[in-house]
Ligand binder design. Structure first.
Ligand SMILES: Nc1ncnc2c1ncn2[C@@H]1O[C@H](COP(=O)(O)OP(=O)(O)OP(=O)(O)O)[C@@H](O)[C@H]1O
Ligand SMILES: [Mg+2]
Length: 248
């Protein structure tokens, strides 16, 4: 089981889109996925309501700082992957989610403002890392990249982040109409009809290579126990309350 959070304090960077692309591809690969939706706009819930039912996919809305640990305790033994779609605001929830996650993905659009929103998340991650004396597995993923050209703005963001030693995914998410349309029409990328959606094969390939790279970043075993500093407390409490429940 892995918890993957999507964070960028800049709205519209692509947190919800990248969370959904990853979630859909994990479903395609046969995993079960729970999305915890911390965004009051609830785009994932809207997509879910429009989509064909899938028993391996669940969406929980209204996720807050107060209930996130409880949701993780509830889900961590029953699903393969938990994706946390954070909203653009709320440093405390971002810091908590980062401390509870096996991986934090920071989507960034190729413009300076987005770079700054990502920098705020990266500062928060560093803050949690230094206070908890641990490492938080994280990476930036470029989003809405042109399929044809690499713009100067994107090069600038990449140079700025590389200069700070920020880990970056090799796969950038391309600007695709189908990624936007998913929120209007619902449906899973791998189930859409190629005859009705232009560039669907390329969109699927892009989402698959994103998902493969993300899965390769998930750490396991001894190393994983050093990451996600708050997770142990979160699950320990669960095992204690289970013990207490069995004792009565
Ligand atoms: N790769 C993409 N191709 C096409 N449209 C995209 C892509 N990524 C994001 N979008 C569109 O950009 C808008 C913002 O994206 P998204 O909702 O994923 O960002 P967000 O970071 O979750 O925003 P918020 O902070 O408001 O939650 C949406 O309309 C979405 O459909
Ligand atoms: Mg969102």
């Amino acid at each position: 089981m892995a918890v993957i959070s999507f964070a960028n304090v800049k709205g519209g960077a692509g947190k919800t889109t990248t969370a959904l692309l990853l979630g859909m591809d994990l479903i395609r690969q046969g995993y079960s996925v729970a999305i915890l939706d911390a965004d009051p706009q609830g785009w994932i819930a809207t997509w879910f309501a429009l989509s064909p039912p899938n028993e391996r996919f669940t969406v929980t809305s209204g996720v807050t700082t107060a209930n996130l640990p409880g949701h993780l305790r509830r889900l961590h033994n029953s699903v393969d992957h938990i994706l946390v779609d954070l909203s653009g605001a709320g440093d405390v929830l971002v810091a908590l989610a980062a401390g509870l996650s096996d991986l934090v993905l920071v989507p960034v659009q190729g413009c300076a403002l987005d770079g700054r929103g990502a920098a705020r998340v990266l500062e928060l991650i560093q803050y949690v890392e230094s206070n908890a004396r641990t490492r938080i597995n994280h990476a930036v993923v470029l989003n809405r990249v042109s399929a044809i050209v690499t713009t100067n703005a994107i090069r600038n963001v990449m140079t700025m982040l590389a200069g700070r030693g920020v880990p970056m995914l090799q796969t950038a998410i391309v600007e695709r109409r189908v990624y936007r349309d998913l929120f209007d029409h619902g449906g899973f990328l791998h189930e859409l009809d190629e005859a009705k959606v232009s560039n669907l094969a390329q969109a699927r390939m892009n989402a698959e290579s994103f998902s493969d790279e993300v899965q390769a970043l998930l750490i396991s075993g001894q190393e994983a126990s050093l990451a996600a500093p708050y997770a142990r407390f979160c699950y320990q409490r669960e095992s204690r309350s289970n013990l207490a429940a069995h004792a009565v």
